[in-house]
Design a protein around this ligand. Sequence first.
Ligand SMILES: Nc1ncnc2c1ncn2[C@@H]1O[C@H](COP(=O)(O)OP(=O)(O)OP(=O)(O)O)[C@@H](O)[C@H]1O
Ligand SMILES: [Mg+2]
Length: 373
Amino acid sequence: MFVCRTTRVRVATGWRLKGCAFHGSKPYSDDAYYEQKEIRQRMKCITHFYNQSAIDHTINKPSVRLTPGAILYAGKNQDGTHILHEMYIRAFNILSEFPIIHNFEDDQNYCVTLRKLLDDHKDVVSLLAEGFCESRKHIKDDSLIKIFLDKTLTSRLGIRLLAEHHLAMHEEKANHVGIINVNYSPQKHIEKKAEFVRNVCLAKYGAAPNVRMNGHLNVTFPYIAPPLEYIMGEILKNSMRATVESHLDNLNHLPDIVITISNNDTDFVIRVSDRGGGIPVDLVQKVFDYSFTTSGTLTDDRVSGGLFGTITQSNFTGPAPGLMAGYGFGLPCSRAFAHYLGGNLTLESLQGIGTDVYLRLRHVDGKRESFRI
Ligand SMILES: Nc1ncnc2c1ncn2[C@@H]1O[C@H](COP(=O)(O)OP(=O)(O)OP(=O)(O)O)[C@@H](O)[C@H]1O
Ligand SMILES: [Mg+2]
């Protein structure tokens, strides 16, 4: 280090001395020219030396192990605090330190606190998805990420369902026991969702396919609507996008998306069939990987809540431009939810023709044991 500094001082002095050769209009001699050249080369070497030593210095530092936990804690507020870490610790403290509820007033206060926390956390998944997409290139072990995200997303879903249930138990809503709709009509709710996604699609592309439904249309049973509607929204967005993008030269004659409902004592199946050209064989294995997307843009306005943020809000309707595709989270997240709900999400692609997505979910009051929140 000492040697370096001396060298720099010496060179700097030399530079100043030789610098006088540049003053005035008189051209400097050959000797001066070569001296200048030598000095420049020496300066270059020294710059390299300093840069190299900075690299060596960094190499000797302990490497940062990027783990899923690190991602969770990595998002930062503008004031430097870690968003997700802070939010979860804060929520835990608020709830665990909440005084024992003795009367109606205490319960009201607890409900206000719960609602506030639900609102505060509504963008967590978008933040997580965004952070994950940004740090994706540094992550070597995909399976670790999948385990982490599956677990984080489903436990978040469970917590939100519980909290929403507690709040809903305080409201009088026809056909509802808390968050369970005892008279759930898949046809009615899917139609509503399809209309919503059509509006999103229309706003984004200026065209959208129609949705037709068949099968057990009149069936009703008890179910928790929000997670099912979230999954249907993601499947429909994909199908509509594929349909539009594969018919860009004929937007006035888009093939319909056909939804079939099949119900039995144990579970029910919803099949979504589109004519959106299917998925190439070499990509079909990847579509359930977190952050795999062919949308080619991460500029969608997902951060402002989006469908992720409103995962347990059933009253989320109306057009919302720019949410058709983005993070490559739709399918993997939906499949994690389907597993959590005691079901499954699979996909069959007929390349060149279209895609069939099968969502199978277990009844909450069926013959077999249901899922555990
Ligand atoms: N019905 C479909 N037809 C054709 N390709 C599909 C279909 N469904 C999914 N895909 C392909 O799978 C990829 C991953 O889908 P996924 O829903 O996980 O992410 P995304 O739609 O790209 O983004 P996000 O859902 O997070 O907004 C899509 O980008 C698309 O290439
Ligand atoms: Mg999608």
